[in-house]
Design a protein around this ligand. Structure first.
Ligand code: BTN
Length: 265
């Protein structure tokens, strides 16, 4: 691993954004950049970024661990979004689209999105996204949101055999690997225009871009929702980013949480 690029000035030099990514902090090792933003940096202005060389307790959706060894990109972006709750749930899809665009631009590869928050190359997950928001009592809009993005650039499968089957890394592909600073800047550059559209009340194009990248549309899936697990076909995506599924009896449901597995048939 000879990417020594992870400095704020290296990121800044490649940013085309107005607000995002121009101030921040880099930690060598921390538990979780999302946790640290919430504990120490949530008063910072919109666009503040916190990165870490490695995380010891990287967190994923549904209480899962996100294994975060040195070499990956671990980036949390602080926002103070003037967005109602129903639009706030589009921040994770927005980040997923931005990561896809950045990977496509820098690596020339076509990533896809596994609903709701994972970016895949082929059959392997290369990126996970965890968005968390804090609300004051009775508030309709959040005090802040943290969009946490973890990208596997390299993955030592011997050190992490538990990931061997599911996780991928950009270095698995036959490409010139971008530096972490390049990748961070490209993600933020792609993020800001979508975010501005969302703030302006227009999420339609974003949802369409997300829909176009989904890897499950019209495919057989297994839905895991609470205690229930059932086979279904993914039949669409609502304008709120919720998944439309049709079960074996033709019954349609809209999923706004939970998880799906794509069935290989
Ligand atoms: C998932 O796979 O369910 C989401 C993983 C999100 C990982 C990123 S890495 C930066 C930020 N800090 C964390 O602890 N989690 C997010």
């Amino acid at each position: 691993m000879n990417d020594t690029s992870l400095t704020l000035s290296a990121i800044s030099a490649q940013l085309h954004t107005q607000r995002l990514g121009h101030c921040g902090h880099i930690l060598s090792c921390t538990d979780s950049t999302n946790t640290q933003i919430k504990q120490r940096f949530c008063e910072q202005p919109e666009g503040f970024i916190l990165l870490a060389e490695e995380q010891t307790s990287g967190r994923g959706r549904q209480g899962r661990t996100f294994v975060s060894p040195a070499g990956g990109l671990y980036l949390s972006l602080l926002l103070h979004p003037d967005l109602p709750f129903d639009k706030l749930s589009l921040l994770t899809p927005l980040a997923a689209v931005a990561v896809c665009q950045a990977v496509e631009q820098l690596c020339g590869l076509p990533p896809q999105i596994k609903w709701v928050n994972d970016v895949f190359l082929g059959n392997r997950k290369v990126c996970g996204i965890l968005t968390e928001s804090a609300f004051g009592q009775f508030a309709e809009k959040p005090d802040y949101s943290v969009v946490g993005i973890g990208v596997n650039l390299n993955l030592d499968r011997t050190a992490h055999p538990e990931l061997a089957e599911i996780a991928g890394a950009l270095a698995d592909e036959n490409i010139l690997l971008p530096t972490r600073a390049q990748l961070a800047a490209a993600i933020l550059n792609a993020f800001e225009p979508w975010y501005d559209q969302l703030l302006a009340g227009n999420g339609h194009e974003l949802v369409q871009a997300y829909r176009n990248r989904l890897n499950c549309l019209h495919k057989p899936i297994t839905v895991v929702s609470g205690d229930a697990t059932y086979p279904a076909i993914c039949t669409g995506l609502t304008d709120e980013g919720n998944l439309i599924v049709t079960d074996e009896h033709g019954q349609q449901s809209v999923l706004c949480s939970g998880e799906i597995r794509i069935r290989l048939e």
